[in-house]
Each structure stands twice: as structure tokens, then as C-alpha cells.
Design a protein around this ligand. Structure first.
Ligand SMILES: [Zn+2]
Length: 439
């Protein structure tokens, strides 16, 4: 069987599994779980692997599940297909969980469905027999960098070392037996467009994570405010201080600072003695991230000084900027064009959001395209998949075809790519960069 015939066979096998794939996406959509708590979602992945006869390891970084399909012509390279397990909090969404407020408004359920669709397609078609490398369907925890206070507690309890799932898995050596990785994220389609699309992603922002605490003095809010120190006023002054330096941020660096107050005081008739905040400082490149972070810290601290409070800031490793691999991008783009037509595929500009796939992209070739298949706003209450084929089936076909490109004919294409590849960081340099935050 030649390469094109093999691709056609796998794409047909994926299309034939449409019902199972969409059922998987829906089952996960209906039970959203937040990062490092995705136990039911992980069980759904395990059950699907069991049914397919795929061997796997589970509970990796608490909830991750990692399968492996062996290449019939050897295991020269391993290509991971990544699906993220976690949801976000979007309590206003009609499908949100009543208790946690979690909802899949980032479409990670579609990532898992696609990961499983690639697995099904490769198994059902018998394609692995022709490939000189392994395929690793890998369900990973905690891509959304949220509930930072809660995760800091997990870190203190020794259950994890990093807030984000992929840094944690890299630290634990779970990417040591993987050479390159593919994954998707869904994105919104403008209202005036009737069908979905595929955007090949180039770069996106990275960030530093922050826990901020202002400490003041409690006192009666009406009878004796002069005896207290108002931590909430300090926090507001701190945020105003950051606003005062926003004009110094340069467009080329795409700086973003968007704090939330997670604790704003205890009782309305007591001067707030403790105010807690979480934020990121995002930028398109590491030097800008570090520079903006230092200046933002200075402005935040000045807020405390203005009212005589104190300000403690804990900077945490966030995510590195995403740098997609040009060769993987090109292979995906060609396959996407074959599948859905050139007019529905294009290259995206820099994105200001962030993903921990950015970390992975610093140590191995990665491609992470955007799949236009959603109406409504990302992370918003009106987020909804409207083009199911584009969300659940097309990305899987595109990734499966790219895997065949890489691993067919004695993995010639993968070998060529790796011969010309220089990682932005070695794994050791990357882990050292993370541990520098503790110093
Ligand atoms: Zn996401």
C-alpha cells in the first residue's frame, strides 16, 4: 500500500467511527473537571483504551493517561497526540457543573475526542503495521493555569511540583520517550462565516504566574478606621500603579496583566487586613516577560507603601511562549488543505493567549493548530461547537495523515526533520529555568 492509499484508509476509518468519537466528546463535555482533579475524565480515557486493547499507564501527574501504539516497522521515533483533560470555571455557561462551576469552554473535550479518533483510525485501519515509529496518545492534566492557591497547596504537600500539567510531566520524565507532539485547540468562528476552518499556529504568549498578598491591620470600619491599615485600598493602589506603566509596554511584546482578587476582605464592617490576588504577566518573549514582571512587581509594592501596608509577591513558573515547528506545521497544513480545501486553511498570526504546550515546544518539535468550529467566546458563557465535523473528525484525520507522513517509508520524513532540529532549550536547561523561580 502506498502512502496516499494508507492515508485514505485511515481517514475512512476515522470517519466510520464518527458516532463513537462524538459520544466521547459529549460524555466529557457533560462532566467537566478542573485541572489535577480530572479523575472521571481520565477514567473515560482509560475505558476507551481498554475497549481498543491499547496498553497504557495512568495517574501520571495525578490524572494523566498515556497509551502507546507500536510501529510495525520499528520504533525509530515516537509521535505524541496530546489531549488535555481539564475544563475551566465558567459558572454562567448553561452546561456548567452546578457545584464547581466548571465547563469545557476551552473545548479540551474535543482534544480528547481527536486523540482517541487518531488512535481508533490507526488501529482500525491496521496502519501501524506500515510505520517505523510509535504513536503515543497522551491525555494530560491541568493545562489551564487556574486555582493557583489550591495548586500551591498541592505543591506544599509534595503532590506536584508545578502548577501546569505539562511542566509537571516533563519534570517527571514522561516526555523522555517522546520525540515530537501534535495537538489542537478549538477556536471561534466569526458570525458571518457559515463553516469552520483550520488555522496553522505560529507563536503565542508565555507568562509568569503570580500570587499577591497585601497585608494591613483590621479595625472597626466606621468607628476606628484610623486604627487600621486598609489592605484593599493598598491592592487598588497597586493595580492603579500598573495602569500607570501600561503606556510603557511595547506593542511588539504583547504584554498582558489581568489580575483577579480572590480574597477582598472578611467582613464588611472590618477594615480588610488581608487581600489576595492571582495574576499572570504575559509576553511574547522571555526577556520582555521578565522585564515587565519586575516593573509590575515594583508598581504593586508601591500600592502597599502608599497606605502603610505590606505586599508579598510569589512569582511562579508560568508557561513559555509557544513556538510551533515549521516542518510539522507544513505537513499539517498540506494535509488540512487536502481534507477541507485550501480556502479553509491559513496561517495564524501571533496569539496573546498561552498554553503549556509552549514549554513542550522549547524541548521538542510541536505543532498546535487552531480549529475554527465554535460559536461564541473562548472561555465565555456562549461557547458552543457548531461545526461538529470540524471539531471532532477533521483534526484527527489531519493529525493521522501527518503521522503517516512522518513515519512511513522507514520514518524518512521524521528523520530528515530531526537531523535539522535544534531545540530552543535542552530538558536540563528548561528544568533549571523553572527552578530559578525558587531562588
Ligand atoms: Zn485550553
Amino acid at each position: 500500500m502506498n502512502k496516499e492509499q494508507l492515508k485514505q484508509k485511515v481517514c475512512q476509518a476515522i470517519a466510520d467511527r464518527k458516532v463513537d468519537i462524538k459520544a466521547m466528546a459529549l460524555a466529557i463535555w457533560e462532566e467537566p473537571e478542573l485541572g489535577y482533579k480530572e479523575t472521571k475524565t481520565a477514567q473515560k480515557v482509560e475505558a476507551a483504551f481498554d475497549k481498543l486493547g491499547v496498553e497504557y499507564r495512568n495517574k501520571l501527574a495525578l490524572t494523566g493517561v498515556k497509551g502507546r501504539l507500536k510501529g510495525g516497522k520499528g520504533s525509530k521515533y515516537s509521535v505524541a497526540v496530546i489531549g488535555e483533560l481539564d475544563a475551566i470555571i465558567c459558572a454562567d455557561h448553561p452546561s456548567a457543573n452546578d457545584i464547581s462551576g466548571a465547563a469545557h469552554c476551552c473545548g479540551h473535550n474535543a482534544q480528547i475526542a481527536n486523540m482517541m479518533a487518531v488512535t481508533m483510525g490507526l488501529i482500525d485501519s491496521g496502519a501501524m503495521e506500515y510505520l517505523a515509529g510509535d504513536v503515543v496518545p497522551f491525555a494530560v492534566p491541568a493545562e489551564e493555569y487556574v486555582e493557583i492557591t489550591y495548586r500551591k497547596r498541592l505543591i506544599e504537600e509534595g503532590k506536584i511540583k508545578y502548577v501546569g500539567g505539562k511542566p509537571e510531566l516533563i519534570h517527571r520524565g514522561e516526555f523522555d520517550d517522546i520525540d515530537m507532539a501534535l495537538q489542537i485547540h478549538l477556536t471561534s468562528v466569526p458570525k458571518d462565516r457559515s463553516n469552520g476552518f483550520i488555522e496553522i499556529s505560529t507563536t503565542s504568549n508565555g507568562f509568569i504566574g503570580k500570587l499577591i498578598e497585601y497585608k494591613g491591620e483590621a479595625a472597626h470600619a466606621a468607628a476606628a478606621p484610623h486604627a487600621g491599615v486598609n489592605a484593599l485600598n493598598a491592592a487598588m493602589m497597586g493595580m492603579m500603579g500598573v495602569h500607570a506603566i501600561r503606556e510603557t509596554f511595547q506593542e511588539k511584546d504583547y504584554i498582558r496583566f489581568h489580575p483577579i482578587i480572590t480574597q477582598g476582605g472578611d467582613l464588611v464592617n472590618v477594615i480588610p487586613s488581608s487581600v489576595k490576588m492571582e495574576s499572570y504577566v504575559r509576553a511574547s518573549n522571555v526577556p520582555a516577560m521578565i522585564d515587565a514582571n519586575e516593573r509590575i512587581n515594583r508598581a504593586l509594592k508601591a500600592g502597599a507603601m502608599s497606605v502603610g501596608a505590606t505586599c508579598e509577591i510569589k512569582d511562579l513558573p508560568g508557561y513559555l511562549p509557544l513556538q510551533n515547528n515549521p516542518t510539522l506545521n507544513e505537513l499539517l497544513q498540506n494535509n488540512a488543505q487536502q481534507l477541507i480545501g485550501e480556502e479553509n486553511v491559513w496561517v495564524a498570526p501571533h496569539m496573546t493567549g498561552s498554553t503549556d504546550t509552549g514549554d513542550l515546544s522549547h524541548i521538542m518539535p510541536v505543532s498546535h493548530p487552531w480549529i475554527g468550529s465554535v460559536r461564541g467566546v473562548l472561555h465565555g458563557k456562549d461557547y458552543e461547537v457548531f461545526d461538529e465535523d470540524m471539531a471532532y473528525i477533521r483534526p484527527a484525520q489531519m493529525m493521522a495523515c501527518t503521522i503517516i507522513d512522518l513515519l512511513y517509508n522507514d520514518a524518512e520524513q521524521a528523520e530528515q526533520m530531526m537531523a535539522n532540529y535544534q531545540p530552543l532549550m535542552t530538558k536540563e536547561a528548561y528544568l533549571e529555568f523553572l527552578s530559578d523561580f525558587d531562588k
